[in-house]
Design a protein around this ligand. Structure first.
Ligand SMILES: Cc1cc2nc3c(=O)[nH]c(=O)nc-3n(C[C@H](O)[C@H](O)[C@H](O)COP(=O)(O)O)c2cc1C
Length: 355
């Protein structure tokens, strides 16, 4: 690390992804702007150090990214969605995807499916792996392959089945069971409130609502107006809001409008994992000189996690880091097929030196 301008002794992990986890960055800085809103919460019996949640994102939130975001302050993370059928077949690829040796505190494995018995069996298997504290059920995935089986956001059309899944899974595991869903299937069938009521009555220990319909997929602005009134339905059950959370300002607005208990951040932290530090008030983690070491840390950790597939998998993050900067278009073009980690690392160094 001698070539680095900073003294990293207070951040031993930055040059060594295997360093043990230090939870100090997960504490909200006293007196910081959001210190009344960002705070510890509990999901069932699981204590979260704060209510900033890294969203599950298939192909994006692998173990390396979940660990990095936790090191930079995220209080809780959720795995990419895992098929209950794949778990039933003990698919090693699926097990590798949900495994997390990060020991960062609170972590949920998210499963999807539409058969309550199969879901219950998959959840019990996940619990037996001893890798997580919470089971989350996906009721929001919009992808055709998933919805045509009645799973993901298709469950919003069958709230009774969704409730039966929560009941069956809750019966099969000891850990809290939560779910994540959307505001409805499409604009003419917004049923988020009735749906929230149904899953809470069935025993969900927290709900996360993505403020878009299935029809909207991931496009268009999140429709926060439909999150208003959910907290009143949720009562003591934590309600985590999701969709387009990217700044202190919009956290404040979202809180004022909805009174939500937590904030789930998706695309806003891809290429900007220090967003969590920013929201928690950890100014020491926002130094521009730290940007490249964070970038390097992530790439090195991904090489350790994924071997030769790391560079292609890193691309979505790389493009996130380059986003909104002058001169990034040509860099993007030249890196979109690159597979050599040294070339990507050098490009990152040159980029952060320039910006
Ligand atoms: C590439 C990608 C993959 C996603 N995968 C999942 C997933 O596996 N499970 C899930 O519940 N949501 C998934 N989502 C949805 C996100 O968790 C989140 O609800 C959505 O991106 C809205 O939040 P945002 O506006 O902060 O990005 C995914 C989103 C993206 C962009």
């Amino acid at each position: 690390m001698s070539s680095d301008p900073l003294n990293f002794s207070s951040l031993p992990w930055i040059g060594n992804p295997s360093a043990s986890f230090d939870s100090s960055a997960q504490t909200v800085v006293e007196g910081s702007e959001l210190s009344k809103i960002i705070k510890p919460i509990k999901i069932g019996n699981v204590q979260l150090p704060n209510n900033l949640v890294l969203a599950p994102m298939a192909g994006v939130t692998d173990g390396s990214f979940r660990q990095l975001c936790a090191r930079l302050g995220a209080g809780y993370s959720v795995s990419e969605l895992a098929s209950c059928k794949a778990l039933q077949m003990r698919s090693s690829q699926t097990i590798d995807m949900i495994k997390f040796d990060g020991n960062t505190g609170a972590y949920a494995v998210q499963i999807f499916g539409s058969d309550p018995d199969l879901m219950a069996e998959a959840a019990a298997f996940v619990e037996s792996l001893n890798i997580c504290n919470i089971i989350d059920i996906n009721m929001g995935c919009p992808v055709s392959k998933v919805v045509k089986t009645g799973a993901g956001s298709a469950l919003m059309k069958t709230p009774d089945l969704a409730a039966n899944i929560i009941k069956a899974v809750s019966k099969s595991v000891n850990m809290p069971v939560t779910c994540k869903f959307r505001i409805g299937w499409n604009e003419s069938s917004i049923n988020v409130k009735e749906f929230a009521q149904a899953v809470i009555e069935a025993g969900a220990k927290a709900i996360t609502v993505h403020a878009r319909t299935r029809q909207a997929m991931y496009t268009g602005p999140a429709q926060w107006q439909y999150l208003e009134g959910i907290k009143e339905i949720a009562g003591a059950v934590p309600f985590i809001a999701n969709g387009d959370i990217t700044s202190k300002e919009n956290i404040l607005e979202l809180y004022e409008r909805t009174g939500c208990d937590g904030f789930m951040i998706g695309r806003g932290c891809v290429g900007k994992p220090w967003l969590f530090s920013e929201l928690l008030g950890h100014k020491e983690l926002l130094k521009p000189e730290l940007r490249f070491p964070i970038f390097r840390h992530q790439l090195v950790d991904m090489l350790m996690e994924h071997g030769s597939s790391a560079v292609p998998l890193f691309r979505v993050h790389l493009f996130g880091y380059l986003k909104n900067h002058p001169h990034s278009a040509s860099l993007r073009r030249s890196l979109c097929v690159e597979r050599n980690p040294n070339v990507v690392l050098q490009a990152g160094k040159d980029f952060f030196d320039m910006n």
